[in-house]
Design a protein around this ligand. Structure first.
Ligand code: PHE
Ligand code: ZN
Length: 850
């Protein structure tokens, strides 16, 4: 079993680095890395370096002299030079190692992707490149020479010099090893320039493979918008002469913020109207921003250790969310973020993998790049801002940047900044970082007709999570407003601060009993329970001035109806009835209407049933959802047909929020109408071959109706050479097909020669699609679990990181019936029993089954 790392075990490294020099001679099977690290002692102890199994060590010297073997210990994952062999004054440690990038299918450290050399060092990949203190609190300026025959040779920082077959780079900003990057390949740049607010000229390049150049323009636009935004919103300026982005096809994650040399999954760079959807464009824009924003929140100020990961990730997600709301629609962005948070983070928090945003133990840090660290981490920042107010937020951020620039920090440092800037005690607030689980907030109402007084009685509880049986109350910012029965707002948004387990708030001088618009803007990441009539929900859906609460009212109506129907009850017609007003209101943002029309996911319905103490049945949930969609289509056929026509965007394709919102409403209408017209509209839309967004909307409807044969054949012949489009081909079929057919479809897709499963995008496209079709994945006969487990077992030896991450699909197993639980457990135990199972997957299976 792997070693457990504990937050409490943190000890500083006993040396400082003045400079790190690397000289890398690239070759697919034998890359030689020469390192020279200028060190100075800052505490007692031997010199211990981290390294991975793949290092073939050829030489180790101190101040140019080979280390006496009696003082040198090279173990599987560490190299130790005894204290006796180290000078008292500053000295240089140098090593020469050989590594094998062609053999690196894990995509950590230095690897090859389609003939291009590239690196991924977060979190602990640098140790696969050479011996080094591979921990984020050891920071150094880097000087790097890259040698290769390939035409483009890149590393962090500024270019210093280059010649035939080599290039030298210098990064003056001290950084931890996880931000190191190196790229070499036959690449083309889309080049541009940016002048910062203080007049620094920055060369911008987006590096792609020769044929992809015409699809990099949008990413460049997003980069420039991000640079402007960070100056305006936070006064943060870029700090090097160049900013390079490289797109690679084989990448475990979305993208990486290496200093001055961001490396991106190509699907988050490349876009054109005929190959990418509106959702792809929006995601490219936000990830480009995210990685760029890391330059300050992550790079200039980094993490002391990996337990503090949410220090950089929560804050940077928060910043990219703000960026998107500023560029697009704040209301729509907030709703989308909450939908995603509930789908991934609430689900994580409610299951065996629950952990706090700042965990205090792990075996494999790569398993903690989670929705909790990222998305809940961002929600915690949003709450902090609500609690300290706008002035406090500004003062705190300013102090954070000035006080901690150049440092490796902790959550304690972060909170102290806001405590010092505002005088507010944040001890209770800190529980949001240290405690796992989603608080459940209940609200009961007392209406005193004679006094015109409404009293709200709140209570909060948080269920136990692994390792944390007791949950003290947290501070919860509750934003609410009051709406009169005729729809007027009688009390604008108030921010209540709940700090106790139970607490009351009263509102006086009310003429008539108002309806409470609760948790406006989703002011805290909690679940809400209250009794509320369908009529009151419909009133909020029609009148609430807060767009999030308004959407939530409709969503709750739909969820209630679906939860009841999936448990054999009568579906309540209230949701469909309330839609009449929404569909008929021409003043509403089409994107908002599309969100109201989007039914709760099957997974959310299952969670709702579980929360009511019952066992969800994935098949009945699927049927209930399909049947509600059909009811809505029948009830609103003319209005939907009119919207479908009216929402056709005019003019050339633009990914902006306006036209994208129109398309999303148009496709929502299409999805419903296709339940009545047999897919005629969808087929016509596909045949008209407009942008990829609409084609995928049409294709989803055709696949659901099992009449997509021709369309899929056309897609295949048109896009056989485009990996990103073919990923969509692999995803759409198992995800949109009837659950009974999905696994068989996926099996036949997996047998295709172009199912290049070692490519993480392709693997996720197909295997992830099965896990995203809940009634298929959770099929009672275990066929979904078996299929996914089979593939995770195949992937694990090649790429443990991606295999382990995808295992989270199983995290909802405990909520199901005995038959499904047994099938899931059997599948997981098969994985657990695999010889040579990776540390990554072993930790995941153990936690999921615990
Ligand atoms: N730090 C990256 C981000 O969030 C994510 C990442 C982690 C990428 C680990 C690769 C490996 O921006
Ligand atoms: Zn990040």
């Amino acid at each position: 079993m792997a070693e457990t790392r504990l937050l409490d075990d943190y000890r500083p490294w006993p040396f400082r680095i003045a400079e790190t020099r690397l000289d890398v001679t690239l070759a697919p099977r034998g890359t030689v890395v020469r390192s020279e690290i200028a060190l100075e002692r800052s505490g007692p102890g031997p010199l211990v370096m981290d390294g991975g199994a793949g290092l073939r060590t050829r030489a180790v010297t101190i101040d140019g002299r080979p280390v006496d073997p009696a003082h040198l210990t090279i173990a599987a994952e560490s190299l130790t030079v005894a204290e006796a062999a180290l000078p008292d004054r500053p000295f240089a440690f140098a090593a020469e190692v050989e590594i094998d990038p062609a053999d690196n299918t894990a995509l950590e450290g230095l690897y090859l992707s389609g003939g291009m050399f590239c690196t991924q060092c977060e979190a602990e990949g640098f140790r696969h490149i050479t011996w080094y203190p591979d921990r984020p609190d050891v920071m150094a300026p880097f000087r790097v020479v890259v040698r290769s025959d390939l035409p483009v040779l890149l590393s962090n920082g500024n270019p210093v010099a280059q010649g035939r077959g080599w290039a030298e780079w210098h990064d003056p900003w001290p950084k931890p090893a996880y931000l190191f990057a190196l790229v070499a390949g036959d690449l083309r740049a889309l080049a541009d320039r940016f002048t910062t607010m203080s007049g620094r000229e920055v060369a911008l390049n987006i590096w792609v493979r020769p044929g992809d150049l015409d699809r990099a323009g949008f990413a460049m636009q997003a980069l420039k918008a991000s640079m402007v935004w960070d100056e305006q919103a936070y006064g943060r300026e870029y700090d090097l002469d160049v900013f390079n982005i490289v797109a690679v096809d084989d990448f475990n994650m979305g993208a990486m913020e290496n200093k001055g040399l961001n490396i991106f999954n190509s699907k988050l760079v490349l876009a054109s109207p005929d190959t990418a959807t509106d959702a792809d464009y929006e995601r490219i824009e936000s990830v480009i921003a995210h990685e760029y924003f890391h330059n300050w929140t992550g790079n200039r100020i980094t993490c002391r250790d990996w337990f503090q990961l949410c220090l950089k990730e929560g804050l940077t997600v928060y910043r990219d969310q703000q960026f998107t709301s500023d560029l697009r629609s704040a209301a729509v962005k907030r709703i989308e973020d909450v939908v995603a948070l509930r789908a991934r983070q609430f689900r994580e928090d409610a299951g065996p993998l629950a952990h706090p945003p700042r965990p205090d133990r792990y075996e494999e840090i790569n398993n903690f790049y989670t929705a909790t660290v990222y998305e809940k981490g961002a929600e915690v920042i949003g709450m902090l801002r609500r609690l300290v107010g706008e002035d406090g937020w500004r003062a705190g951020m300013e102090l954070y940047f000035t006080r901690h620039d150049g440092q490796a920090c902790t959550i304690e440092d972060w909170l102290r900044v806001f405590q010092d800037a505002t005088g507010r005690d944040l001890a209770q607030f800190k529980r949001w970082y240290t405690d796992a689980g989603t608080p459940r907030l209940t609200m009961a109402e007392d209406w005193d007709e004679d006094a015109g007084r409404l009293t709200l009685r709140f209570a909060q509880t948080t269920a136990p999570t692994p390792g944390q049986p007791d949950k003290p109350p947290r501070v919860i910012p509750i934003a609410l407003g009051l709406i009169s029965p005729n729809g007027d707002e009688v009390l604008p948004t108030q921010m209540l601060e709940m700090t106790a387990a139970a607490q009351e708030f009263s509102f006086d001088n009310l003429g008539a009993r108002p309806v409470v618009s609760l948790l406006r803007g989703f002011s805290a990441p909690v679940t809400v329970e209250r009794t509320m009539s369908a009529a009151d929900r419909a009133l909020l859906l029609a009148h609430d001035s807060d767009p999030f609460a308004r959407w939530q009212a409709g969503h709750d109506l739909a969820l209630e109806a679906l939860v009841a129907a999936a448990q054999g009850g009568d579906p309540d017609p209230a949701f469909s009835r309330a839609l009449a007003g929404v569909l008929g209101d021409g003043t509403l943002d089409p994107a908002f209407v599309a969100l109201v029309l989007r039914l709760p996911s099957e997974d959310e319905i299952a969670a709702g049933i579980t929360a009511r103490g019952a066992i969800p049945d994935p098949d009945r949930i699927h049927e209930a959802r399909e049947s509600l969609a059909e009811t809505i289509a029948r009830d609103h056929q003319p209005a939907l047909a009119a919207l479908y026509e009216r929402m056709e965007p005019q003019g050339p394709y633009s990914p902006d929020a306006g036209p994208a919102g129109q398309r999303s409403l148009r496709l929502a209408a299409l999805g419903l109408l296709s339940r009545l017209d047999g897919g005629e509209r969808a087929q016509a839309l596909w045949d008209a071959a407009p942008d990829m967004t609409q084609r995928m909307g049409a294709l989803a409807a055709l696949v659901r109706l099992d009449r997509a044969g021709t369309a899929l054949a056309q897609m295949e012949s048109q896009f056989a050479d485009n990996r990103l489009v073919m990923d969509k081909f692999f995803t759409i079929q198992p995800i949109a097909a009837a659950p009974a057919r999905a696994v068989a479809i996926a099996r036949s897709l997996a047998a295709r020669p172009d199912f290049d499963w070692k490519n993480p995008n392709r693997f996720r496209a197909l295997i992830g699609a099965v896990t995203a079709n809940p009634a298929a994945f959770h099929a009672a006969d275990g066929s979904g679990y078996d299929f996914v487990a089979e593939w995770l077992m195949r992937l694990d030896p090649a790429n443990p990181q991606t295999a382990a991450r995808m295992m989270t699909a199983f995290e909802t197993w405990p909520r199901h019936d005995a038959t499904r639980r047994k099938a899931a457990r059997d599948a997981l135990e098969r994985i657990a029993a695999m010889p040579l199972l990776s540390v990554n997957s072993a930790e995941m299976v153990r936690r999921i089954l615990a």
